[in-house]
Design a protein around this ligand. Structure first.
Ligand code: XMP
Length: 326
């Protein structure tokens, strides 16, 4: 029978068997899945695990600082932070196709992990064993939607499954591969991770890169970050964080519409709010948010975010829509 205790014990044994006396690195994204995977592997192999947080410049406001502080405080893992924002922006230049974006981001993640691997080995000096293993917080739904690692996405290539490069040098350690999100949260709780991490809403590894419909640029990212921060702030203030599964905020960068502000004409971009409720992200329903909360978010975004003159709400279930727009 399924108990979180038995899953933890079983996975720890499997991780020890797989990794042996070698070293591993774990990509941390700030989300629940990678945090729980890291905590599991940390428990299994201790300080032979180094966590690597890649700041790809596609994070939301305040997220990088949160990982640096909260996660390390909670788990005591060794953390290496890599600022790779220029590298990701360069690689994404001119790209508008969603699958292409996902594959590029997945590939760049691995390239950064390889660099980190080389540095970790060098820093360990003569006592340094090689780092052969890469820990990922891949969940069961990620595997299914990416086509089970067959190379062809059923729906979309999750950055950590279908987005991996073919010449991958690492062996993957994926202790959550058979679990759904609610189970991962229970495992996290069992491992003693704090509520703020365990109950965090999902956020995709490719980050804001797949929430800009159109080319990803620094200016667009800054704009979307501001709009997203306002939406999150108001949803939290309204006490809705536990009620909604997540609320992607999407910038339609290639769409413009006419507006009026003060006594002047504007020609700006729409922001889409995509609040959903879900059990496991495989299906979802759009959340019926209170009108006054929507009104507040809309007023604030159009007042405070330059170049945005319209806020719309996505009222599509999954299926037929997916949760993310790309
Ligand atoms: P979709 O858009 O497929 O999203 O309905 C389902 C859930 O998965 C998240 N998501 C991702 N998570 N890497 C991730 O770690 C990815 O590439 C990725 N793509 C989507 C999405 O936020 C939702 O919770």
């Amino acid at each position: 029978t399924w108990t979180t205790g038995s899953v933890v014990e079983e996975q720890i044994a499997l991780i020890r068997e797989q990794v042996g006396d070698k070293r591993a690195i774990c990509g941390l994204s700030g989300g629940v899945d990678s945090a729980v995977a890291a905590a599991l592997v940390n428990k299994a192999i201790g300080d032979r695990l180094t966590c690597v947080y890649v700041d790809h410049g596609l994070m939301r406001k305040g997220e990088t600082e949160q990982v640096e502080k909260d996660f390390v405080a909670a788990t005591g893992v060794q953390l290496k932070v890599v600022d790779a924002s220029e590298r990701f922006l360069d690689a994404l230049k001119g790209v508008t196709d969603p699958e292409e974006k996902r594959k590029i981001i997945g590939r760049e993640f691995i390239r950064v992990f390889e660099q980190a691997q080389a540095e970790i080995v060098a820093e360990a000096g003569e006592h340094g064993e090689s780092v052969d293993f890469l820990v990922q917080g891949t969940l069961y739904p990620d595997v299914v939607e990416s086509g089970g690692g067959t190379g062809t996405a059923n729906i979309k290539s999750h950055h950590n499954v279908g987005g991996l490069p073919e010449d991958l040098q690492f062996q993957l350690v994926e202790p959550l591969r058979k679990l759904f999100k609610d189970e991962v949260r229970m495992v996290g709780q069992e491992l003693g991770l704090p509520e703020e991490i365990v109950q965090r809403q999902p956020f995709p590894g490719p980050g804001l890169g797949i929430r800009i419909v159109g080319e990803v640029t620094k200016e667009r990212l800054d704009l979307l970050r501001d709009a997203d921060a306002i939406a999150r702030e108001e949803l939290t203030a309204a006490g809705l964080d536990r009620e909604i599964w997540q609320c992607p905020v999407v910038l339609l960068a290639d769409v413009r519409s006419v507006g009026v502000q003060g006594d002047g004409r504007t020609y700006g971009h729409p922001i889409v709010l995509r609040p959903v409720s879900s059990e496991d992200a495989m299906t979802a329903d759009w959340s019926r948010l209170p009108y006054d909360v929507l009104a507040k978010i809309s007023t604030r975004i159009t007042n405070e975010v330059r170049d945005v003159n319209r806020v719309v709400v996505d009222v599509t279930s999954k299926p037929p829509g997916t949760i993310e727009w790309e």
